[in-house]
Design a protein around this ligand. Structure first.
Ligand SMILES: NC(=O)c1ccc[n+]([C@@H]2O[C@H](COP(=O)([O-])OP(=O)(O)OC[C@H]3O[C@@H](n4cnc5c(N)ncnc54)[C@H](OP(=O)(O)O)[C@@H]3O)[C@@H](O)[C@H]2O)c1
Length: 326
């Protein structure tokens, strides 16, 4: 995805602040790497080899070494089904780590913590898009660990952030959903299966919004360097679909772009969630209202506005197909 199309903003003024990114090798981490390279901003990226987030000492040691004023946390325990078994590890990475980062940043003048959370903090029973003020009620261990991470940041900032407004540290918790970028994700899985199988069955009763990690990286950085208010932001683009809707759209785009697709459009069958049981329950309604984010991005003069999910998925799939044929 050409970043210039999605994040056409100029190099921000960091006012001498140092940036540290955790999770350099994940989908969002790779998008942040591309973005910082594009903007020629100096930044330290840490992956698992440099910092094992399950080890508190390793985190503290890296914070001490680099002394960042801005932290972008792109790392997470993201294996939703495995988390049902690996409860302790998912809690450590998704709940304990954000709290440690918040404890470090909250007392720092003009410090910023950007953390990413998930639609899976909701139970999916609401019939309209979720707002930031809606009550969280996670259905899975993963959702719980991410919800606890949010609470850790909120509570820590409430406790430790006592400076005057212009000096106070800030946090941004970006709740996002159905992320795709460079890594394993639903779209890539569907495109692979589409070249191997004549029939596919895809869940059609869970609603959400696909999020391009390049777009999310742009939003994260623009908020981090802005004068926007601390808080939770539902960070998705416009529109919603089901997994079946997303699979069908991605596969048709790939077919039109010349990928040798085996499955015909009418052979992609919609199925209910109960026909595809997984260890961790998923919310049926993952839709999140992005009005607060859009208003804020407009206010800070940011650029990544009004991208319907189809536009970004189309671009992503076309580039994926292009790369395959090279
Ligand atoms: N993917 C989605 O559909 C989705 C949906 C909603 C919200 N989110 C949230 O969006 C954010 C970014 O997601 P993503 O898709 O970019 O995730 P991802 O591709 O799974 O990347 C997660 C990164 O965290 C790192 N990590 C995990 N455990 C670690 C540990 N113990 N020590 C050091 N690093 C560790 C992983 O390292 P390795 O590369 O070494 O494994 C990986 O690079 C996460 O906060 C996630 O919860 C994702």
């Amino acid at each position: 995805m050409p970043l210039t199309n999605l994040s056409p903003f100029s190099t921000p003024d960091l006012q001498g602040r140092k940036i540290l990114v955790f999770g350099k090798d994940g989908q969002l981490g790779i998008s942040l790497q591309k973005l910082f390279l594009h903007l020629k901003i100096p930044v330290v990226f840490l992956g698992r080899e440099q910092c094992d987030l399950s080890q508190e000492q390793s985190i503290l040691q890296n914070l001490k070494q680099y002394q960042p004023q801005i932290i972008l946390n792109a790392a997470a325990y993201t294996q939703v089904d495995m988390a049902e078994q690996e409860h302790d590890l998912s809690q450590k990475i998704n709940s304990r780590v954000p709290r440690i980062l918040a404890e470090y940043i909250a007392p720092i003048p003009r410090g910023v913590l950007v953390h990413v959370s998930t639609d899976y903090v909701f139970d999916g029973l609401k019939t309209s898009p979720y707002l930031e003020i809606d009550e969280t009620r996670p259905m899975s261990q993963y959702g719980m660990s991410k919800r606890d991470g949010e609470l850790g940041i909120l509570e820590t900032f409430h406790r430790l952030n006592n400076r005057a407004k212009e000096e106070a540290a800030k946090f941004f918790i970006l709740r996002t959903s159905w992320v795709y970028g460079q890594g394993n994700n639903f779209i890539r899985t569907m495109l692979k299966l589409a070249t191997q199988k004549e029939q596919l069955k895809v869940v059609n009763d869970q609603y959400g919004c696909p999020t391009c990690s390049d777009w999310l990286a742009g939003v994260a950085l623009q908020l981090a360097v802005s004068d926007a208010e601390s808080g939770l932001y539902h960070s998705v683009v416009d529109g919603q679909t089901t997994w079946h809707g997303l699979a069908s759209f991605a596969i048709e785009t790939a077919r039109n772009a010349g990928m040798p697709v085996l499955v015909k459009p009418d052979q992609i069958f919609p199925i209910p969630t109960e026909d595809y049981p997984l260890p961790a329950p998923r919310p049926q309604n993952s839709m999140m209202d992005n009005s607060k984010l859009k208003t804020t991005l407009k206010k800070i003069g940011a650029n990544s506005l009004d991208h319907p999910w189809q536009e970004q998925v189309q671009q992503y799939v076309m580039e994926y197909v292009q790369k395959l044929s090279q």
